[in-house]
Design a protein around this ligand. Structure first.
Ligand code: GLA
Length: 511
């Protein structure tokens, strides 16, 4: 299915006749800055800011209403009832207490609307954010009814949390497969795409089962707990007043989110909503945060108050070259290729343009440090042709440069060179066995056809013991589907389930 990426990558799609894919979603989410005080007025203000401050043009398109929009009330037929004062009519002719009002408002700005529920019976917490559970604010027992309702209201995105599911000791893979099927049913009912954001916090290793769960085309799954407890600045609440964000919050979420072998085109690890510009964040911390999230091709749901972003934060969020790394069609996570001294780290990942690498040099130490990059570790032949400093949009010319990175900062580079020659595997087989990745992770580019009309899940088994899954959405007509993925170290076998996938080309690049 074509959505997000069609516009952003029209030029690539035209050039390669590759089928559509979805980059990880970008937008705003209410939780980090508004927690349970969320209401129509707040959402309208944030949507207006997103539409007016250039973020929309940069690709931030979803406005997601998190927990607090509903207090668990249903009518006799099980339909959700919301507080009419929290969600009043916005335009003449609308009824108070109808969530279609806000979805319609968001759409009127050319944006997409997102909503939230829980996979279990109960939701997470009461006002403002850490009280007892919200009883009955989950969708269990009402999956079909609720997702059809969200879709009828006009929502395009749903985040499905796990507080109730965890409390009831449910199995995530089972529950989210049911959620995914209910979402597909809703899509068929209304004809509207409803993107699923799985929020299971990594507690049952979703990176192993979330790709393609319930046959879903493209999804994201949270990999850890919350990056921070929300910071609602308008609350006269002593607890909120003392909350502020540290670099550790950001680095911990990034580290918990690294499951590079599970991530591939259209299926993304979710490192949590972003906190750029929030209380405690400096410009350097914003750079680290932005750099890590774009390198990880993670969902970029900004959780800040968009009406109060500084020009520096806003300009970072809109940095086109950084966002091109995020939106790369491979959508891979980076690999740490070097750590010359503890805390000085070089992260790199392949990009879909031949010979291109995105490189982040992260200095977690307390002092500024020079770094020398061994380009051979990035799978390149010799030294790169060009090096670009993404933050400042300027090229370096040195053939073998030593960079100096300030303490607690991150340098983001786009590097162009020549790929080492890939190993190519014969096409049109149902299994490809014995792919050599003996020197650690390798990256692979798969071109395929899947005429089954369904997402195919291909198992990747490796002698390293890791078994992951590649979800391959259907292709149409003579289109070629493409997936970039990382093979874990060892010898890997791909087995194409029920032979519904025809491999057109598999190239494996050594690093
Ligand atoms: C959980 C999620 C958060 C947020 C809150 C709402 O903690 O992980 O992202 O949705 O619930 O209560």
């Amino acid at each position: 299915m074509c959505y997000v990426a069609l516009v952003r990558f029209a030029f690539l799609l035209a050039a390669s006749a590759t089928a559509c894919f979805g980059a990880a979603p970008m937008g705003w989410n209410s939780w980090n800055s508004f927690a349970n005080i969320v209401n129509s007025q707040i959402v309208q203000q944030q949507a207006q800011a997103l539409a007016a401050n250039g973020m929309k043009e940069a690709g931030y398109e979803y406005v997601v209403i998190d927990e607090g929009w509903w207090l668990g009330e249903r009518d006799g037929a099980g339909n959700i009832i919301v507080n009419p004062r929290q969600w009043p009519a916005i335009r003449p002719g609308q009824k108070d207490g109808d969530m279609a009002n806000i979805a319609d408002y968001i759409h009127s700005l050319g944006l997409k609307a997102g909503i939230y529920t829980d996979a279990g019976r109960d939701g997470c917490s009461m006002y403002p954010d850490s009280g007892p559970k919200y009883l009955n604010t989950g969708s269990e027992g009402h999956y079909e009814q609720d997702f059809v309702q969200f879709s009828k209201w006009g929502f395009d995105y749903v985040k499905v949390d796990w507080c109730g599911g965890a409390e009831e000791k449910r199995e995530g893979a089972v529950q989210y497969a049911q959620v995914a099927r209910a979402i597909q049913h809703a899509e068929k009912t209304t004809g509207r795409r409803l993107f699923l954001s799985i929020c299971e916090w990594g507690s049952q290793n979703p990176w192993f089962w979330a790709p393609g769960v319930g046959g879903i085309e493209s999804t994201v799954w949270r990999t850890g707990g919350d990056i921070i407890p929300p910071v609602v600045e308008s609350l006269e609440d002593p607890e909120h007043a003392k909350r502020f964000i540290t670099l550790k919050n950001v680095l911990d979420s990034f580290e918990a989110g690294m499951h590079p072998e599970a991530q591939h085109t259209g299926y993304y690890n979710d490192l949590d909503m972003m906190v750029m510009g929030m209380r405690g964040m400096t410009d350097a911390m914003d750079r680290v945060h932005m750099g890590l999230w774009v390198m990880a091709s993670a969902p970029m749901m900004v959780g800040s108050d968009l009406t109060r972003l500084s020009p520096a934060t806003l300009s970072l969020l809109k940095n086109r070259e950084a966002l091109a790394i995020h939106n790369d069609p491979y959508g891979l996570q980076p690999i740490k290729v070097a750590e010359p001294t503890p805390g000085l780290q070089v992260w790199a990942k392949p990009m879909a343009v031949a010979g291109r690498r995105a490189v982040a040099i992260l200095n977690r130490t307390d002092s500024s440090a020079p770094v020398k990059i061994d380009w051979g570790k990035l799978g390149l032949v010799g030294t790169p042709r060009s090096l670009r400093d993404v933050w400042n949009g300027r090229n370096f010319t040195a053939a073998d440069p030593a960079f100096s990175i300030p303490a607690h900062d991150l340098l983001l580079l786009s590097v162009d060179g020549e790929d080492k020659k890939p190993a190519e595997y014969p096409a049109n087989q149902s299994d490809i066995a014995g792919i050599q990745a003996t020197h650690g992770p390798m990256f692979a580019r798969l071109e395929y056809a899947n005429a089954s009309g369904q997402v195919a899940v291909v198992r990747v088994k490796s002698t390293s013991g890791l078994s992951t899954a590649l979800a391959l959405p259907p292709t149409h007509g003579s289109d070629t589907g493409m997936a970039g993925f990382l093979l874990p170290g060892g010898t890997a076998d791909l087995s194409f389930e029920a032979q519904i996938v025809a491999v057109r080309k598999l190239a494996v690049y050594s690093w």
